[in-house]
Design a protein around this ligand. Structure first.
Ligand code: S3P
Length: 263
């Protein structure tokens, strides 16, 4: 049997190899970023990621530690995505738009693709208040809820690298828009009244629509809010008939183009 010192020395050798490989890998990521920037390529390459993972599975199919190794590998890929995302747009992304336009789904997908932290404003406010939004409205009134939103936007506006799914009413206050733009890009997601209706019709968590769940009401409120949404938006992405991936790719492409044009 090997001595303990020998085994420890071998482990040290492995760690050195790992550290060298990770350092080399990060240098490759730097080159990749430079290449993608120079060629205007999207950083989102889910197909590429799937190829890398299937290569890992092929290579380690018999390995009893496949799960553990895969978890480590995924974290390496995640850190690489985070580095790429921060380099290509070193800000936060604030997703705005009417209820049901897809902000939460897009935020969740983006956060997976870019390994960025997501903040779901409504969920944060519900957790802090210890009650559903409908109860905040009925107990304290809409103005109180809007103030909670504004305070949260001030907090979030001081951070970077977040994906924030905003409540639908956030862009209605100019101060919120100003605070979002301090560290972020504001992305407007749009959808037709019919699409919105289909997405929200069975959900009773939105007090603004309770009792008004119909297409004409949605269309009317959308029309009233549109000028505020459009004035706030740095970038707009229409979501009707598009997959979440298509929406995310378009969004990133537009944000990167904006970033490139302003630097
Ligand atoms: C609201 C939208 C909701 C939530 C609240 C009010 C609005 O968020 O903040 O019910 O005024 O548009 P979502 O847009 O995420 O549904």
């Amino acid at each position: 049997m090997k001595t303990l010192e020998t085994i420890r020395a071998q482990l040290n050798d492995c760690d050195s190899l790992l550290l060298d490989a990770l350092t080399k890998r990060m240098a490759c990521v730097d080159e990749l970023i430079a290449y993608k920037k120079a060629h205007g390529m999207p950083i989102l390459q889910p197909k590429q990621e799937a190829i890398e993972l299937s290569r890992l599975h092929d290579k380690l199919s018999e390995n009893p530690y496949l799960d553990e190794i895969e978890a480590i590998y995924r974290s390496v890929i995640d850190s690489s995505k985070r580095v790429q995302a921060r380099r290509l747009f070193p800000r936060s992304i604030f997703l705005i738009g009417f209820m049901g336009c897809g902000k939460s789904s897009v935020a969740a997908y983006l956060s997976e693709l870019l390994a960025m932290e997501t903040v779901e404003m409504d969920a944060v406010l519900v957790e802090r208040a210890g009650m559903p939004i409908a109860d905040i409205f009925s107990r304290y009134g809409e103005e109180y809820f809007r103030n909670l939103e504004s305070n949260l936007i001030v907090e979030l506006g001081q951070q970077k690298g977040l994906i924030v799914s905003c409540g639908g009413g956030v862009p209605m206050r100019a101060e919120n828009v100003k605070n979002m733009k301090q560290t972020g890009r504001v992305v407007l997601l749009t959808a037709s009244p019919k699409t919105i209706y289909e997405r929200v019709k069975d959900d009773t968590s939105r007090p603004i629509l309770n009792g008004n769940m119909n297409i004409p009401y949605i269309a009317d409120l959308q029309a009233k809010r549109r000028p505020h949404y459009e004035a706030a938006a740095d970038v707009t992405v229409e979501t009707d008939q598009k997959s979440v991936l298509e929406i995310c790719e378009e969004l990133i492409e537009k944000i990167c183009a904006l970033e490139a044009a302003q630097t």
